[in-house]
Design a protein around this ligand. Structure first.
Ligand code: 1OR
Ligand code: 1OR
Length: 309
């Protein structure tokens, strides 16, 4: 008798050979390259890329100038590019019962247009420039080849951790996976400032490892901040911070510093609003605790939040 042994190989996207695919390279001037690097340095979706992937992404990006009033993306269209903002301000409109409502803005930083490319869905919002500006585009094919592939790795790394977080327990599994897709990892050195009290806020943090020290400067009777900061909290693995300013639309109520090396998962304000709505009750209950503590610690209610809105 004669046997043939068939070896069934499972498909693994990580081992996909992509060297044969043609790479897109847009040549850039030194000035363009510098501006591009500056614009991309805080883009969360790029944070987990290795240097080779990052350099392929930068090569493939192209500059697009936009005029005030221009629609960079229209809700309902197919996705062509992902965009990183170089400069300019942009409104985010989402249609509700056929009527477009402005649900947020971008002010000279950030990125948009990842959802249609990640999930093969129509554009979920309209993005309109409210000033002349410029964005860096990344084509769909390169985005999927590098970012979407990298997301598969991120899911394996963070799915269990995200699953274990009590404050995300109101999310469905599919929503938690979407959280993993949009987070970026940031590492802080001992003593490094993560958040500065009084600054405007655009992201939310979850501690992955290490310890974070939260300090607050109280205000005197003339409403001027005193110099000495008081430690008000410490956070470690699995705890979150930086939600208050996003929920209340106020400046940061306190500062945050790394104690030893700290690794945080970071989410931008648009993703926070889009994905964490179901967790808001838990967060607001916690904010009510801050208000009680503030009276206990400082003897006054410093008006940190009006979380009832
Ligand atoms: P996209 O490819 O769907 C539109 O094209 C982009 O707008 C989208 O990717 C996001 O990058 C960006 N809901 C959906 N998309 C949003 C939102 C958003 N904000 C920015 N984008 N919401 C607003 C949250 C402030 C939720 C509205 C209910
Ligand atoms: P944020 O966006 O205002 C600073 O940036 C973060 O520190 C804040 O969000 C909270 O996540 C976190 N009062 C205000 N913010 C606090 C407090 C707090 N504790 C942690 N944060 N209180 C401490 C209660 C133990 C009351 C002040 C005395």
């Amino acid at each position: 008798m004669f046997f043939v042994l068939v070896c069934a190989e499972t498909y693994n996207p990580d081992e996909e050979e992509d060297d044969t695919e043609s790479r897109i390279i847009y040549p850039k001037t030194d000035d363009q390259r510098n501006r591009l690097q500056e614009a991309c340095k805080d883009i969360l979706l790029f944070k987990n890329l290795d240097p080779e992937q990052m350099s392929q992404v930068l090569d493939a990006m192209f500059e697009k100038l936009v005029e005030g009033g221009e629609h960079v993306i229209d809700q309902g269209d197919d996705g062509d590019n992902f965009y990183v903002i170089d400069r300019g301000t942009y409104d985010i409109y989402v249609k509700c019962d056929g009527v477009g409502r402005c649900v947020g803005t971008y002010d000279n930083r950030g990125s948009f247009g990842e959802l249609a490319l990640m999930y093969n869905t129509p554009r979920a919002a309209t993005i309109i420039a409210t000033s002349p500006g410029a964005v860096w585009g990344l084509d769909r094919v390169t985005f999927r080849r590098i970012i979407v592939k990298n997301n598969a790795k991120k899911r394996r790394m963070y799915e269990n951790f995200i699953e274990s977080l009590p404050f995300l327990k109101s999310l469905e599994l599919s929503e938690r996976l979407k959280v993993v897709d949009v987070i970026g990892t940031k590492v802080y050195k001992d003593g490094e400032q993560i958040i500065a009290q009084g600054e405007m806020a655009d992201c939310f943090f979850i501690v992955e490892s290490g310890e974070v020290r939260i300090t607050m400067k109280r205000k005197n009777k003339q409403d001027v901040e005193e110099n000495e900061a008081v430690e008000i909290a410490r956070y470690s693995r699995g705890q979150y911070f930086g939600e208050l300013a996003l929920v209340t639309n106020k400046p940061r109520a306190a500062s945050a510093f790394a104690l030893g090396t700290v690794k945080c998962l970071v989410m931008d304000v648009q993703a926070f609003e889009r994905l964490l709505g179901p967790c808001m009750e838990i967060m607001k209950r916690n904010i009510a605790n801050y208000e009680e503590q503030i009276v206990a610690l400082f003897g006054t209610n410093m008006d940190i939040a009006d979380a009832s809105e």
